[in-house]
Design a binder for this molecule. Structure first.
Ligand code: KIV
Ligand code: ZN
Length: 514
């Protein structure tokens, strides 16, 4: 068995998914979970793209000890310098620098000749190696590049000091046979290839990302790059959990192992889904809600007789539990603290008290609080930016019926401490509520997306809402939970507005990547 390294780019390529914007605390929570998951290297962001990304990468580099941390740079000195400033506190600073090599990208995007591209790549890798012990060089759009040219540039950047060579299928265009052939060709042709690790990076535009990644591994790649839940640009990146579980379950066929702790898969997937607002579809491989559900009578009968009849992956293997019932109304602080620790959260005394108060409020309304409920509360507490003055919901009331006009009344406290009150009507209860909130908030607001989900099952399940707003021209996400769907919706809306206030204060605006 040979070991395949797992490189996670959830916080960089994943964060480039339309509609996703994570703040620093959320990125840090995901980074900690990636470390628990056993990721070998994580790409924490793109430091030159914004102050927010820079700070997030720096904090992650200074916090994470057991997973190597990297940052992305274009092939320009200022990007490499920004990465160094953000990453120098990491135990093993690593840079990921990329330059496109396909005729399409060189002609239309870079407007450089192949010779100029080679020179820039070599210069930037040598420059980076003066600072970084580890430099990964990516040939963007490798799968649409000329193979001879690719072999030539790879040989030169290895001589310049690259330690990892990554060959992305940037637009998800390759077939498994083509992608595998490219890796075989490079392995057989480039004379100094044994000095580096070879890496694959697949996008999923044609739904071939897992097959392509495995084809690369079968032809010499020893690192797979991807994201949790497969989030990312357009149709996303390869879902790392799918690659790792495929290698594990078919270890009779694939002689490869990874360092992932597969029983952390569910938790990692849930955290990424919750914080990004990109929920996985019920039938998603490995981790979807239905991945272990057997509906037809014939299947149920088979599974009852012997699980292996229809179940190739056990729920336990990927950390799917039966959502153990947890604490109730009479549970004390001690039992609560034990449970928080068991779930792997480290909270300050102040945050623990805050979480306990929320838990107690919930037990007034809900008989049994489950692990999923607690996970929702703890994630909110851990990623709360409560130090900043924000809008607070003091009270709301919504009147709704089939024969009257939905009307909402809302009382808010503004960041400046004033009490604001208004009432509006709408076509439905959420619209009335959102129109009222909009009328009270001075920012220019547009609702782009609204989602409502239940946390776990049962008639008293918590509701969780996600919204995407455009606030003064900037996209901003918000999420909120409550036992009532309207209250969860109000919380999500205000959360987006409050995140915008924090974002503005730290002027985290992203620059476009060319
Ligand atoms: O898909 C891609 O080509 C990338 C590069 C920046 C590595 O994400
Ligand atoms: Zn990519």
């Amino acid at each position: 068995m040979s070991e395949i390294k797992i490189f996670d780019t959830t916080l960089r390529d994943g964060e480039q998914s339309p509609g996703v914007n994570l703040n620093q605390l959320e990125k840090l929570e995901i980074a900690k979970q990636l470390e628990r998951f056993g990721i070998d290297r994580m790409e924490a962001g793109f430091p030159a793209s914004s102050k927010g990304d820079f700070n997030a990468v720096k904090t992650i580099a200074e916090t994470i000890r057991d997973t190597s941390v990297t940052g992305l740079a274009r092939a320009v000195k200022s990007d490499i310098d920004a990465c160094w400033e953000a990453l120098k506190g990491a135990p093993e600073p690593c840079l990921h620098v990329f330059l496109a090599t396909s005729p399409i990208h060189m002609t239309y995007k870079l407007k450089k000749s192949p010779e100029q591209v080679i020179n820039t790549a070599v210069d930037m890798v040598s420059y980076a190696r003066q600072k970084f012990p580890q430099v990964e060089w990516s040939a963007e759009d490798a799968s649409r590049s000329d193979l001879e040219f690719l072999a030539q540039i790879i040989e030169r950047v290895i001589d310049a000091g690259a330690t990892v060579i990554n060959l992305p299928d940037t637009v998800g265009y390759a077939t498994p046979a083509e992608y595998g052939n490219m890796f075989r060709y490079i392995t057989e042709t480039v004379p100094n290839i044994d000095r580096v690790r070879l890496s694959c990076h697949c996008h999923n535009d044609l739904g071939l990302a897992v097959a392509n990644s495995i084809a690369a591994v079968e032809n010499g790649a020893t690192q797979v790059e991807g994201t949790v839940n497969g989030i990312g640009e357009r149709a996303g990146n390869v879902a790392l959990e799918e690659v790792a579980v495929a290698l594990k379950i078919r270890s009779d066929h694939y002689p490869y192992t990874t360092n992932l702790k597969l029983n952390e898969t569910k938790r990692t997937s849930d955290l990424v889904a919750k914080l990004t607002g990109m929920y996985v579809q019920a039938n998603k491989a490995v981790i979807g809600r239905n991945a272990f559900a057997h509906e037809s009578g014939i299947h149920q009968d088979g599974v009852l007789k012997h699980a292996s009849t229809y179940e190739i992956i056990t729920p336990e293997m990927v950390g799917v539990s039966s959502n153990t019932l947890f604490l109730g109304k009479h549970s004390g602080r001690h039992a609560f603290k034990d449970k928080v620790q068991e779930l792997g959260y480290e909270l300050s005394d102040e945050k623990l008290q805050e979480a306990f108060n929320l838990f107690k409020l919930l037990t007034d309304r809900k008989k049994e609080v489950t692990d999923d409920d607690l996970f929702t509360i703890l994630t909110e507490i851990q990623t709360d930016t409560s130090k900043v003055d924000k809008y607070q919901l003091e009270m709301f009331q919504v009147q709704y019926g089939t024969t009257n006009i939905p009307t909402a009344t809302v009382k808010l406290k503004s960041p400046a401490g004033e009490t604001l009150q208004a009432a509006c009507t709408g076509q439905g209860s959420v619209e009335a509520l959102y129109k009222t909130l909009d009328s009270l908030i001075k920012e220019d607001l547009h609702l782009v997306d609204y989602q409502l989900n239940s946390v776990g099952r049962g008639k008293d399940a918590l509701a969780e809402s996600h919204v995407q707003l455009v606030i003064n021209g900037d996209p901003m996400n918000g999420r909120g939970s409550a036992q009532d769907v309207i209250e969860a919706s109000a919380n999500a809306f205000l959360n987006a507005v409050n995140r915008y206030i924090v974002y503005q204060q730290t002027s985290n605006k992203k620059q476009a990547v060319k």
